[in-house]
Design a binder for this molecule. Structure first.
Ligand code: NAD
Ligand code: UGA
Length: 459
């Protein structure tokens, strides 16, 4: 099976960067990324590479190299499906917001729509690759739709979950720890393997059966999220006992059986996937009546919710038990540094909590636009958009955000926050000037010496 043309359905945070790198490393394969969202496609096609719809360090250079050569972004979904030898499905699989499984199960309507569209328009055999994160056994659904509504053409379905993290996507794609391919048909597996072998050593390409591959993606995210919740649960114990969570993380992380990564205490994990995939895992376990398993993983989410609430409560309690009418500056809104993505960011929930206590909030984030911030709050439906706009201002620099503030909270660990002119910020803030460091980013000792009242998670 020789692959000359690849189509990817979904030009989002996964489809865009992943296909850019596949095209970069396989100049002889034509890669077309399609999306229903015409604005998103227009943004991928624009000349100014600093304005691509996804902000990722290094992505602009990859797009510059491949776009127009063998990488194309298009809204012509049907044409791209028809022409492709291999189709990646990279559409969103959000948590269901209605009906059975509401708030837990993954909503597979976009996946099903893709499968139906592929079945409707395909006139030649194709390999279909699940790139989206989906519940275990979804490949059976896709195969079923393709086999029953197709026009007699042959479809092979593979699972090839993506493990990139936002903010480091290009590095992760260039140097993956592993590539996972699940499938039944050896030729189809080999065809996909060959694409990755253009730059990934073969020993890093793992092949499994379909169900192991699908489940491994959910389990990988569950284990990573569990580490963050584990250290965050210890951060609270550190605050109560005088231990320091960074010192504890360092001490335990030196044990090679534990390892040092993903032990950074924080205001809580965010992002589009950890919570969604944990909820999905919990739902799947319950659907097999495995309630002890479901309860175990559910606790990872509970600790994360607790951490966000605890941080907001700490701000209120420290500021004399009321934030009513007080201005609190937020530095950071994205769910982690080096991304413009705000999905499930802890900042949204901390802000919502403080706004309920009638605080006034000013936000500065180097990559997130004001429209997105209001959209995030609006989505929670706690207040009207007008109310949110009257209580929360978005600033274009950190000093304006801090001016006249009673307290300042670090929500995202952007490197630039470390080098701000903290003396200037102090003169601008009301006294006592409180800092709440939800990322343990700043030099607390120095700030305390400067006269700030400094609180950090886990100290
Ligand atoms: P996203 O929302 O950024 O992008 C999905 C895109 O698919 C959207 O632009 C949407 O318009 C498009 N789309 C939906 N249905 C379509 C259809 N029928 N035809 C054409 N386009 C359609 O989502 P994402 O963050 O890229 O995530 C995609 C999948 O990858 C999810 O399953 C997610 O869990 C998984 N994943 C995400 C990450 C990450 O870092 N964001 C990492 C690994 C895996
Ligand atoms: C995560 C996984 O790391 C990826 O492997 C996976 O592909 C992806 O989810 C996905 O399926 O979407 P991502 O959510 O982009 O990637 O970013 P992470 O670096 O995992 O961070 C997730 C959240 O945990 C962030 O809010 C981050 O600030 C927080 N975190 C992470 C901590 O609080 N402490 C840590 O030590 C690490």
């Amino acid at each position: 099976m020789e692959i000359k043309k690849i189509t990817c359905i979904g030009a989002g945070y996964v489809g865009g960067p992943t296909m850019s790198v596949i095209a970069q490393k396989n100049p002889d394969i034509q890669v077309t990324v399609v999306d229903l969202n015409a604005q998103r496609i227009a943004d991928w096609n624009q000349d100014d590479l600093s304005q691509l719809p996804v902000y990722e360090p290094g992505l602009d250079a990859v797009v510059a190299e491949a776009r127009g050569r063998n990488l194309f972004f298009s809204t012509e979904v049907e044409k791209a499906i028809q022409e492709a030898d291999m189709i990646f499905i990279s559409v969103n699989t959000p948590t269901k917001t209605y009906g059975k499984g509401k708030g837990q199960a993954a909503d597979l309507k976009f996946i099903e729509l893709c499968a139906r569209q592929i079945a409707d328009v395909s006139t030649s055999s194709k390999i279909i690759v699940e790139k989206s994160t989906i519940p275990v056994r979804t490949a059976a659904t896709i195969k079923n739709i393709l086999d029953h509504t197709g026009k007699g053409v042959q479809f092979q379905v593979l699972s090839n979950p993506e493990f990139l993290a936002e903010g480091t996507a290009i590095r992760d794609l260039h140097h993956p720890d592993r590539i996972l391919i699940g499938g039944e048909n050896p030729e189809a597996i080999q065809a996909l393997k060959k694409i990755y072998e253009a730059w990934v050593p073969s020993e890093r390409i793992i092949t499994t059966n379909l169900w192991s591959s699908e489940l491994s993606k959910l389990v990988a995210n569950a284990f990573l999220a569990q580490r963050v919740s584990s250290i965050n649960s210890i951060s609270e114990l550190c605050e109560a006992t005088g231990a320091n969570v960074d010192e504890v993380a360092n001490a335990i992380g030196q044990d090679s059986r534990i390892g040092s990564k993903f032990l950074k205490a924080s205001v809580g994990f965010g992002g589009s996937c950890f919570q969604k995939d944990l909820l999905n895992l919990v739902y799947i376990a319950r659907s097999y009546n495995l309630h002890a398993v479901a309860d175990y993983w559910d606790q990872v989410i509970k600790i994360n919710d607790h951490q966000k609430t605890r941080f907001a409560e700490k701000i209120i309690q420290t500021m004399y038990n009321t934030v009513n009418g007080k201005k609190i500056a937020f530095l950071g809104w994205a769910f982690k540094k080096d991304t413009n993505d705000t999905r499930e960011s802890a900042a949204i929930y901390v802000a919502d909590h403080l706004l309920e206590e009638q605080a006034e909030i000013s936000v500065y984030d180097p990559k997130v636009l004001d429209v997105q911030i209001y959209k995030d709050l609006d989505y929670l439906a706690t207040r009207t958009l007008e109310e949110n706009k009257s209580l929360l201002q978005v600033e274009t620099n950190p000093y304006d955000a801090a001016a006249g503030a009673h307290g300042l909270a670090i929500l995202t660990e952007w490197d630039e926050f470390k080098d701000l002119d903290w003396a200037k910020i102090k003169t601008q803030m009301k006294k006592p000037a409180f800092i709440f460091d939800g990322r343990k980013l700043l030099d607390g000792k120095k700030l305390t010496e400067m006269g700030f009242v400094y609180y950090a998670i886990g100290e």
